[in-house]
Design a protein around this ligand. Structure first.
Ligand code: AMP
Length: 192
């Protein structure tokens, strides 16, 4: 089974590209953000805990997140490939993912970093706020999410490089969403 991490700053297109990859290869998709938003919508205990973190642009504690991820992963045993979207976001989560997969005879196949110029991201996120109505897509929370990204998540780039699993795909405005997705799909074709 392929285990592909889709990585990038807030607004870099992890969700959009994950959906297109899933469609192209019939893979499964774990978006930790979507899992948490569903819990919030359903008013569960987990949702209540998660909401306070999400609303402030902070990360849910690692241990909680790792447990959620593992139980979701275990529902996908017969999958051809799993896309991890929004996980890992800290070094501790990356180490836990590696261990969790090893325990199941699996490994991380690759990490794809969506390299998008930061000046484009804020606009995208503010536009998404209007389109999708995501509560955490307001200017204050977005700024906080960038801070959190830089301090806790971006160090994973070096971690994945160290593991020999890093693949960067750079976005330029002339490519458009489709051009970016095609580049990613072409790369995944080389590893399936
Ligand atoms: P996303 O939809 O991936 O942008 O995630 C939205 C929010 O959910 C983040 O800003 C975090 O508060 C929370 N979240 C999602 N994934 C994780 C994760 N792997 N670790 C901690 N918090 C997360």
């Amino acid at each position: 089974m392929l285990n592909i991490v889709i990585f990038g700053a807030p607004g870099s297109g992890k969700g959009t590209n994950s959906a297109l990859i899933v469609e192209a290869f019939k893979f499964d998709h774990i978006s930790t953000g979507d899992v948490l938003r569903t819990e919030i919508k359903n008013g569960t205990e987990l949702g209540k805990i998660a909401q306070a973190y999400i609303d402030h642009g902070n990360l849910i504690p690692d241990e909680l997140m790792i447990n959620i991820l593992a139980s979701k992963y275990d529902t996908l045993k017969d999958s051809k490939g799993v896309i991890f979207d929004g996980f890992p976001r800290t070094i501790a989560q990356a180490e836990a993912l590696k261990k969790m997969l090893e325990e199941r005879g699996e490994k991380i196949s690759t990490m794809i970093n969506l390299e998008v110029d930061e000046s484009l991201l804020m606009d995208r996120l503010l536009r998404r706020a209007t389109l999708e109505g995501r509560a955490d897509d307001n200017e204050v929370t977005i700024k906080k999410r960038f801070e959190v990204y830089h301090s806790q998540t971006a160090p994973l780039i070096e971690w994945f490089k160290g593991e020999g699993l890093y693949k960067g795909i750079a976005y330029t405005e002339d490519m458009g969403i489709e051009g970016m997705a095609n580049k990613i799909i072409e790369y995944i074709k080389t590893i399936v």
